[in-house]
Design a protein around this ligand. Structure first.
Ligand code: GDP
Length: 398
Protein backbone atom coordinates (compact mmCIF):
# COMPACT_ATOMS: atom_id res chain seq x y z
CA UNK A 1 0.00 0.00 0.00
CA UNK A 2 1.34 3.43 -0.94
CA UNK A 3 -0.24 5.92 1.39
CA UNK A 4 -0.78 9.63 0.89
CA UNK A 5 -1.23 12.09 3.77
CA UNK A 6 -3.37 15.20 3.17
CA UNK A 7 -2.62 18.35 5.16
CA UNK A 8 -5.26 21.08 5.10
CA UNK A 9 -3.88 24.46 6.16
CA UNK A 10 -5.82 27.66 6.91
CA UNK A 11 -9.45 28.51 6.18
CA UNK A 12 -9.40 27.80 2.43
CA UNK A 13 -7.33 24.61 2.88
CA UNK A 14 -9.67 23.26 5.56
CA UNK A 15 -12.91 24.22 3.80
CA UNK A 16 -11.83 22.78 0.45
CA UNK A 17 -10.57 19.75 2.38
CA UNK A 18 -13.94 19.25 3.96
CA UNK A 19 -15.70 19.30 0.56
CA UNK A 20 -13.14 16.73 -0.67
CA UNK A 21 -13.56 14.32 2.26
CA UNK A 22 -17.33 14.55 1.98
CA UNK A 23 -17.08 13.55 -1.68
CA UNK A 24 -14.42 10.85 -1.12
CA UNK A 25 -16.64 9.29 1.55
CA UNK A 26 -19.61 9.21 -0.83
CA UNK A 27 -17.47 7.67 -3.56
CA UNK A 28 -16.13 4.93 -1.28
CA UNK A 29 -19.40 4.24 0.52
CA UNK A 30 -18.13 5.55 3.85
CA UNK A 31 -20.76 7.09 6.11
CA UNK A 32 -20.21 10.32 8.09
CA UNK A 33 -19.27 8.27 11.17
CA UNK A 34 -16.57 6.38 9.24
CA UNK A 35 -18.39 3.04 8.96
CA UNK A 36 -19.08 1.43 5.59
CA UNK A 37 -22.56 1.64 4.11
CA UNK A 38 -23.14 -2.12 3.86
CA UNK A 39 -26.00 -2.11 1.38
CA UNK A 40 -24.34 0.02 -1.28
CA UNK A 41 -24.04 -2.43 -4.17
CA UNK A 42 -22.44 0.14 -6.52
CA UNK A 43 -19.23 0.12 -4.46
CA UNK A 44 -16.62 -2.59 -4.75
CA UNK A 45 -15.89 -3.20 -1.07
CA UNK A 46 -13.05 -5.60 -1.77
CA UNK A 47 -11.11 -2.71 -3.34
CA UNK A 48 -8.37 -1.85 -0.87
CA UNK A 49 -7.00 1.06 -2.92
CA UNK A 50 -8.90 3.56 -0.82
CA UNK A 51 -6.40 2.79 1.96
CA UNK A 52 -4.04 5.24 0.23
CA UNK A 53 -6.26 8.02 1.61
CA UNK A 54 -8.15 6.26 4.44
CA UNK A 55 -6.89 4.21 7.36
CA UNK A 56 -8.78 1.05 8.30
CA UNK A 57 -8.96 1.00 12.11
CA UNK A 58 -10.99 -2.19 12.34
CA UNK A 59 -14.55 -1.08 12.81
CA UNK A 60 -14.38 2.07 10.68
CA UNK A 61 -12.29 4.18 8.32
CA UNK A 62 -10.59 7.43 9.16
CA UNK A 63 -8.92 9.86 6.72
CA UNK A 64 -5.11 10.07 6.68
CA UNK A 65 -5.08 13.80 7.15
CA UNK A 66 -4.67 16.81 9.41
CA UNK A 67 -6.76 19.95 9.59
CA UNK A 68 -4.56 22.85 10.70
CA UNK A 69 -5.65 26.42 11.34
CA UNK A 70 -4.11 29.07 13.55
CA UNK A 71 -7.57 30.15 14.68
CA UNK A 72 -10.45 28.03 15.75
CA UNK A 73 -13.72 29.11 14.02
CA UNK A 74 -13.54 26.98 10.87
CA UNK A 75 -12.37 23.89 12.71
CA UNK A 76 -15.01 24.26 15.43
CA UNK A 77 -17.54 23.76 12.65
CA UNK A 78 -15.82 20.48 11.74
CA UNK A 79 -15.75 19.43 15.40
CA UNK A 80 -19.49 19.92 15.72
CA UNK A 81 -20.58 19.13 12.16
CA UNK A 82 -22.09 16.05 10.54
CA UNK A 83 -18.66 14.46 9.89
CA UNK A 84 -17.29 14.98 13.42
CA UNK A 85 -16.99 11.24 14.05
CA UNK A 86 -15.09 10.63 10.84
CA UNK A 87 -12.04 12.61 11.92
CA UNK A 88 -9.74 11.66 14.79
CA UNK A 89 -9.97 14.60 17.27
CA UNK A 90 -6.16 14.83 17.50
CA UNK A 91 -6.05 15.45 13.77
CA UNK A 92 -8.00 18.70 14.01
CA UNK A 93 -5.45 21.22 15.20
CA UNK A 94 -6.27 24.85 15.83
CA UNK A 95 -4.47 27.67 17.60
CA UNK A 96 -5.90 30.60 19.50
CA UNK A 97 -4.88 33.58 17.41
CA UNK A 98 -5.17 33.99 13.64
CA UNK A 99 -2.44 35.05 11.25
CA UNK A 100 -4.21 38.33 10.35
CA UNK A 101 -3.50 37.83 6.63
CA UNK A 102 0.18 38.20 7.41
CA UNK A 103 2.66 35.63 6.08
CA UNK A 104 5.12 36.55 8.82
CA UNK A 105 2.66 35.66 11.59
CA UNK A 106 1.97 32.29 9.98
CA UNK A 107 5.66 31.60 9.46
CA UNK A 108 7.32 33.19 12.49
CA UNK A 109 5.40 34.26 15.58
CA UNK A 110 2.11 32.34 15.74
CA UNK A 111 3.11 29.52 13.43
CA UNK A 112 6.25 28.65 15.42
CA UNK A 113 4.08 27.95 18.50
CA UNK A 114 2.13 25.24 16.67
CA UNK A 115 4.66 23.65 14.34
CA UNK A 116 6.18 21.04 16.68
CA UNK A 117 2.71 19.78 17.66
CA UNK A 118 1.72 19.55 13.98
CA UNK A 119 4.93 17.70 13.05
CA UNK A 120 4.36 15.32 15.93
CA UNK A 121 0.89 14.47 14.61
CA UNK A 122 2.26 14.09 11.07
CA UNK A 123 4.82 11.61 12.47
CA UNK A 124 2.08 9.61 14.17
CA UNK A 125 0.13 9.28 10.93
CA UNK A 126 3.29 8.52 8.94
CA UNK A 127 4.27 5.79 11.43
CA UNK A 128 0.98 4.04 10.68
CA UNK A 129 1.77 3.90 6.95
CA UNK A 130 3.48 0.91 5.30
CA UNK A 131 5.04 2.85 2.46
CA UNK A 132 4.30 6.55 2.61
CA UNK A 133 4.24 7.96 -0.91
CA UNK A 134 3.80 11.60 -0.27
CA UNK A 135 2.01 14.60 1.15
CA UNK A 136 -0.66 16.74 -0.45
CA UNK A 137 -1.06 20.18 1.10
CA UNK A 138 -4.24 22.18 0.53
CA UNK A 139 -3.98 25.92 1.21
CA UNK A 140 -4.48 29.42 -0.16
CA UNK A 141 -1.58 31.54 -1.37
CA UNK A 142 -3.17 34.69 -0.01
CA UNK A 143 -4.07 33.90 3.61
CA UNK A 144 -1.60 34.42 6.45
CA UNK A 145 -1.88 30.81 7.63
CA UNK A 146 -2.23 29.37 4.13
CA UNK A 147 0.96 31.11 3.00
CA UNK A 148 3.16 31.49 6.10
CA UNK A 149 2.37 28.31 8.00
CA UNK A 150 2.41 26.24 4.80
CA UNK A 151 5.95 27.48 4.07
CA UNK A 152 7.08 26.58 7.57
CA UNK A 153 5.47 23.16 7.27
CA UNK A 154 6.95 22.48 3.82
CA UNK A 155 10.45 23.35 5.01
CA UNK A 156 10.16 20.95 7.94
CA UNK A 157 8.59 18.14 5.92
CA UNK A 158 11.36 18.31 3.35
CA UNK A 159 13.91 17.75 6.14
CA UNK A 160 12.02 14.91 7.82
CA UNK A 161 10.67 13.13 4.71
CA UNK A 162 13.31 13.43 2.02
CA UNK A 163 12.14 10.57 -0.17
CA UNK A 164 8.43 11.36 -0.37
CA UNK A 165 6.65 13.59 -2.90
CA UNK A 166 5.33 16.98 -1.78
CA UNK A 167 2.36 18.17 -3.81
CA UNK A 168 0.00 21.08 -3.27
CA UNK A 169 -3.47 22.22 -4.24
CA UNK A 170 -3.33 25.99 -3.84
CA UNK A 171 -5.88 28.79 -4.23
CA UNK A 172 -4.52 31.65 -6.30
CA UNK A 173 -5.71 35.10 -5.19
CA UNK A 174 -8.40 36.83 -7.17
CA UNK A 175 -9.25 40.37 -6.13
CA UNK A 176 -12.91 39.98 -7.18
CA UNK A 177 -13.52 37.49 -4.38
CA UNK A 178 -11.20 38.65 -1.67
CA UNK A 179 -10.65 41.83 0.25
CA UNK A 180 -7.22 40.89 1.57
CA UNK A 181 -4.88 43.59 0.36
CA UNK A 182 -1.68 41.78 1.35
CA UNK A 183 -2.36 38.73 -0.86
CA UNK A 184 0.35 39.61 -3.43
CA UNK A 185 2.99 39.68 -0.65
CA UNK A 186 1.78 36.42 0.89
CA UNK A 187 1.58 34.72 -2.50
CA UNK A 188 5.08 35.67 -3.54
CA UNK A 189 6.65 34.84 -0.19
CA UNK A 190 4.96 31.42 -0.18
CA UNK A 191 5.83 30.68 -3.80
CA UNK A 192 9.46 31.62 -3.16
CA UNK A 193 9.57 28.89 -0.55
CA UNK A 194 7.51 26.42 -2.61
CA UNK A 195 9.86 26.75 -5.57
CA UNK A 196 12.43 24.96 -3.46
CA UNK A 197 10.32 22.59 -1.40
CA UNK A 198 7.25 21.63 -3.49
CA UNK A 199 7.43 19.08 -6.30
CA UNK A 200 4.21 20.05 -8.02
CA UNK A 201 1.55 22.70 -7.29
CA UNK A 202 -1.94 22.43 -8.81
CA UNK A 203 -3.39 25.94 -8.86
CA UNK A 204 -7.05 26.86 -8.73
CA UNK A 205 -8.12 30.44 -8.96
CA UNK A 206 -11.32 31.54 -7.29
CA UNK A 207 -12.29 33.91 -10.09
CA UNK A 208 -12.14 31.13 -12.69
CA UNK A 209 -14.10 28.82 -10.35
CA UNK A 210 -16.66 31.53 -9.69
CA UNK A 211 -17.12 32.14 -13.43
CA UNK A 212 -17.63 28.40 -13.99
CA UNK A 213 -20.26 28.28 -11.24
CA UNK A 214 -22.05 31.34 -12.64
CA UNK A 215 -21.76 30.85 -16.41
CA UNK A 216 -21.60 27.08 -16.86
CA UNK A 217 -23.39 25.73 -13.80
CA UNK A 218 -26.02 28.53 -13.72
CA UNK A 219 -25.66 29.19 -9.99
CA UNK A 220 -27.23 32.59 -9.27
CA UNK A 221 -25.09 33.70 -6.33
CA UNK A 222 -22.10 31.40 -6.16
CA UNK A 223 -20.32 31.25 -2.81
CA UNK A 224 -17.39 29.30 -1.34
CA UNK A 225 -19.61 26.27 -0.73
CA UNK A 226 -20.33 26.04 -4.48
CA UNK A 227 -16.73 26.82 -5.43
CA UNK A 228 -15.33 24.27 -2.99
CA UNK A 229 -17.66 21.56 -4.29
CA UNK A 230 -16.51 22.27 -7.81
CA UNK A 231 -12.85 22.17 -6.74
CA UNK A 232 -13.43 18.94 -4.81
CA UNK A 233 -14.93 17.32 -7.91
CA UNK A 234 -11.81 18.21 -9.88
CA UNK A 235 -9.53 16.97 -7.09
CA UNK A 236 -11.56 13.77 -6.88
CA UNK A 237 -10.82 13.09 -10.56
CA UNK A 238 -7.12 13.88 -10.16
CA UNK A 239 -6.80 11.52 -7.19
CA UNK A 240 -9.13 8.77 -8.46
CA UNK A 241 -6.23 6.73 -9.89
CA UNK A 242 -4.73 6.50 -6.39
CA UNK A 243 -8.03 5.72 -4.65
CA UNK A 244 -9.54 3.08 -6.93
CA UNK A 245 -8.23 -0.24 -8.15
CA UNK A 246 -7.45 -0.02 -11.84
CA UNK A 247 -4.45 -1.59 -13.53
CA UNK A 248 -4.07 1.29 -15.99
CA UNK A 249 -4.69 4.21 -13.70
CA UNK A 250 -1.86 6.66 -13.17
CA UNK A 251 -1.03 7.34 -9.59
CA UNK A 252 -1.28 10.90 -8.31
CA UNK A 253 2.37 10.84 -7.37
CA UNK A 254 3.43 9.61 -10.82
CA UNK A 255 1.91 12.66 -12.45
CA UNK A 256 4.52 15.06 -11.34
CA UNK A 257 7.32 12.99 -12.81
CA UNK A 258 5.64 13.23 -16.19
CA UNK A 259 4.43 16.78 -15.90
CA UNK A 260 7.42 18.64 -14.57
CA UNK A 261 10.18 18.95 -17.18
CA UNK A 262 12.15 21.46 -15.06
CA UNK A 263 11.98 21.44 -11.25
CA UNK A 264 10.82 25.05 -10.90
CA UNK A 265 8.17 24.97 -13.65
CA UNK A 266 5.85 22.84 -11.57
CA UNK A 267 2.42 24.53 -11.84
CA UNK A 268 0.12 22.48 -14.09
CA UNK A 269 -2.95 24.23 -15.45
CA UNK A 270 -6.00 22.21 -14.40
CA UNK A 271 -9.19 21.92 -16.48
CA UNK A 272 -12.24 19.71 -16.20
CA UNK A 273 -15.12 18.55 -18.39
CA UNK A 274 -18.08 18.22 -18.53
CA UNK A 275 -18.86 21.48 -16.75
CA UNK A 276 -22.62 21.77 -16.92
CA UNK A 277 -25.69 22.10 -14.80
CA UNK A 278 -28.19 19.28 -14.38
CA UNK A 279 -30.72 21.08 -16.64
CA UNK A 280 -28.24 21.30 -19.51
CA UNK A 281 -26.77 17.83 -19.05
CA UNK A 282 -29.83 16.17 -20.60
CA UNK A 283 -29.38 18.07 -23.83
CA UNK A 284 -25.67 17.74 -24.43
CA UNK A 285 -23.27 15.14 -25.73
CA UNK A 286 -20.78 13.45 -23.47
CA UNK A 287 -18.47 11.41 -25.72
CA UNK A 288 -14.70 11.27 -25.40
CA UNK A 289 -14.18 13.69 -28.27
CA UNK A 290 -16.45 16.34 -26.73
CA UNK A 291 -14.91 15.88 -23.28
CA UNK A 292 -11.41 16.26 -24.72
CA UNK A 293 -12.26 19.29 -26.85
CA UNK A 294 -13.86 21.06 -23.88
CA UNK A 295 -10.80 20.44 -21.72
CA UNK A 296 -8.83 22.77 -23.96
CA UNK A 297 -11.41 25.54 -23.86
CA UNK A 298 -10.49 28.38 -21.54
CA UNK A 299 -13.94 28.36 -19.91
CA UNK A 300 -13.16 24.93 -18.45
CA UNK A 301 -9.85 26.00 -16.91
CA UNK A 302 -9.42 26.46 -13.18
CA UNK A 303 -7.07 29.44 -13.70
CA UNK A 304 -7.86 32.53 -15.77
CA UNK A 305 -5.19 32.63 -18.45
CA UNK A 306 -5.41 32.61 -22.25
CA UNK A 307 -4.21 29.13 -23.31
CA UNK A 308 -3.51 30.17 -26.91
CA UNK A 309 -0.75 32.55 -25.77
CA UNK A 310 1.31 29.68 -24.37
CA UNK A 311 2.98 26.47 -25.39
CA UNK A 312 2.33 23.09 -23.81
CA UNK A 313 5.41 21.39 -22.39
CA UNK A 314 3.55 18.34 -21.12
CA UNK A 315 -0.08 17.32 -20.66
CA UNK A 316 -1.74 14.51 -18.76
CA UNK A 317 -5.41 13.82 -19.54
CA UNK A 318 -7.25 11.59 -17.10
CA UNK A 319 -10.51 10.03 -18.27
CA UNK A 320 -12.84 8.64 -15.69
CA UNK A 321 -15.81 6.36 -16.08
CA UNK A 322 -18.03 5.66 -13.12
CA UNK A 323 -20.98 3.40 -12.79
CA UNK A 324 -23.44 4.63 -11.69
CA UNK A 325 -22.74 8.33 -12.47
CA UNK A 326 -20.45 9.91 -9.96
CA UNK A 327 -21.89 11.35 -6.79
CA UNK A 328 -22.05 15.09 -6.32
CA UNK A 329 -22.96 16.42 -2.88
CA UNK A 330 -25.03 19.51 -3.29
CA UNK A 331 -25.62 18.82 -6.95
CA UNK A 332 -24.29 21.98 -8.65
CA UNK A 333 -22.40 20.00 -11.26
CA UNK A 334 -24.44 17.46 -13.19
CA UNK A 335 -23.48 13.86 -12.33
CA UNK A 336 -21.72 12.33 -15.27
CA UNK A 337 -20.73 8.78 -16.04
CA UNK A 338 -17.76 10.00 -18.07
CA UNK A 339 -15.55 12.91 -17.15
CA UNK A 340 -12.02 14.12 -17.81
CA UNK A 341 -9.34 16.28 -16.25
CA UNK A 342 -6.36 17.80 -18.03
CA UNK A 343 -3.18 18.73 -16.20
CA UNK A 344 -1.17 20.85 -18.59
CA UNK A 345 2.22 22.34 -18.00
CA UNK A 346 1.64 25.40 -20.15
CA UNK A 347 3.75 28.54 -20.50
CA UNK A 348 0.43 30.49 -20.57
CA UNK A 349 0.55 30.41 -16.77
CA UNK A 350 3.26 33.04 -16.88
CA UNK A 351 0.47 35.64 -17.20
CA UNK A 352 -0.91 34.72 -13.78
CA UNK A 353 2.53 35.15 -12.23
CA UNK A 354 3.14 38.40 -14.10
CA UNK A 355 -0.17 39.80 -12.76
CA UNK A 356 0.67 39.04 -9.15
CA UNK A 357 4.27 40.25 -9.52
CA UNK A 358 2.99 43.58 -10.79
CA UNK A 359 0.67 43.96 -7.81
CA UNK A 360 3.53 43.14 -5.46
CA UNK A 361 5.68 45.82 -7.14
CA UNK A 362 2.98 48.48 -6.87
CA UNK A 363 2.75 47.99 -3.12
CA UNK A 364 6.38 47.27 -2.41
CA UNK A 365 7.65 50.32 -4.29
CA UNK A 366 6.00 52.37 -1.52
CA UNK A 367 6.83 49.75 1.15
CA UNK A 368 3.08 49.67 1.85
CA UNK A 369 2.11 47.31 4.70
CA UNK A 370 5.70 46.09 5.01
CA UNK A 371 5.95 47.22 8.64
CA UNK A 372 3.39 44.60 9.68
CA UNK A 373 5.74 41.92 8.42
CA UNK A 374 8.84 43.48 9.94
CA UNK A 375 7.06 43.65 13.32
CA UNK A 376 6.62 39.87 13.19
CA UNK A 377 10.28 39.11 12.56
CA UNK A 378 10.79 39.42 8.81
CA UNK A 379 13.47 41.49 7.15
CA UNK A 380 13.05 43.73 4.12
CA UNK A 381 15.63 41.62 2.41
CA UNK A 382 13.24 38.64 2.50
CA UNK A 383 10.82 40.58 0.28
CA UNK A 384 13.38 41.47 -2.37
CA UNK A 385 14.85 37.97 -2.37
CA UNK A 386 11.38 36.44 -2.91
CA UNK A 387 10.55 38.95 -5.65
CA UNK A 388 13.85 38.23 -7.46
CA UNK A 389 13.06 34.53 -7.34
CA UNK A 390 9.62 35.17 -8.87
CA UNK A 391 11.19 37.32 -11.59
CA UNK A 392 13.43 34.35 -12.41
CA UNK A 393 10.35 32.10 -12.43
CA UNK A 394 8.66 34.41 -14.96
CA UNK A 395 11.78 34.28 -17.12
CA UNK A 396 11.91 30.50 -16.75
CA UNK A 397 8.67 30.16 -18.70
CA UNK A 398 10.22 31.61 -21.87
P1 GDP B 1 -5.85 31.78 6.21
O1 GDP B 1 -6.81 31.00 7.05
O2 GDP B 1 -5.09 32.82 6.99
O3 GDP B 1 -4.93 30.90 5.41
O4 GDP B 1 -6.70 32.61 5.15
P2 GDP B 1 -7.65 32.12 3.99
O5 GDP B 1 -7.46 30.67 3.73
O6 GDP B 1 -9.02 32.62 4.28
O7 GDP B 1 -7.00 32.89 2.75
C1 GDP B 1 -7.59 33.91 2.05
C2 GDP B 1 -7.68 33.54 0.59
O8 GDP B 1 -8.35 32.28 0.51
C3 GDP B 1 -8.52 34.52 -0.21
O9 GDP B 1 -7.98 34.53 -1.53
C4 GDP B 1 -9.90 33.91 -0.20
O10 GDP B 1 -10.62 34.30 -1.35
C5 GDP B 1 -9.57 32.43 -0.22
N1 GDP B 1 -10.55 31.57 0.50
C6 GDP B 1 -10.94 31.65 1.80
N2 GDP B 1 -11.81 30.67 2.11
C7 GDP B 1 -11.97 29.93 0.98
C8 GDP B 1 -12.74 28.78 0.65
O11 GDP B 1 -13.46 28.19 1.45
N3 GDP B 1 -12.61 28.32 -0.63
C9 GDP B 1 -11.85 28.92 -1.57
N4 GDP B 1 -11.82 28.38 -2.79
N5 GDP B 1 -11.10 30.00 -1.28
C10 GDP B 1 -11.16 30.50 -0.04
Amino acid sequence: MKEIICLHVGQAGCQIGHACWELFCLEHGIQPDGTLAMNNCSINQSDQSMLTFFEDIGYKYTPRMLYIDLETTVLDEVRTGAYRELFHPDRIISGKEDAASNYARGYFTIGKELISHVLDQVRRIANRCQSLQGFVIFHSFGGGTGSGFTSLLMENLKVDYTKTAHLEFAVFPSPKLSTIITEPYNTILNTHCGLEFADCVFIVDNEASWDICTNLLDIKKANFVNINRLISQVISNITAGSRFQDGNATDLIEFHTNLVPFPRIHFPLVSYSPMRSIEKAYHEQNDTQTLTRDLFHKNNQMVKVEPSTGKYMSIAVIYRATSPPMFVPGGDLAPSQHSAVALANSTALVDAWARINLKFDLMYSKRAFVHWYINEGMEENDFSEARDNLAALEQGFY
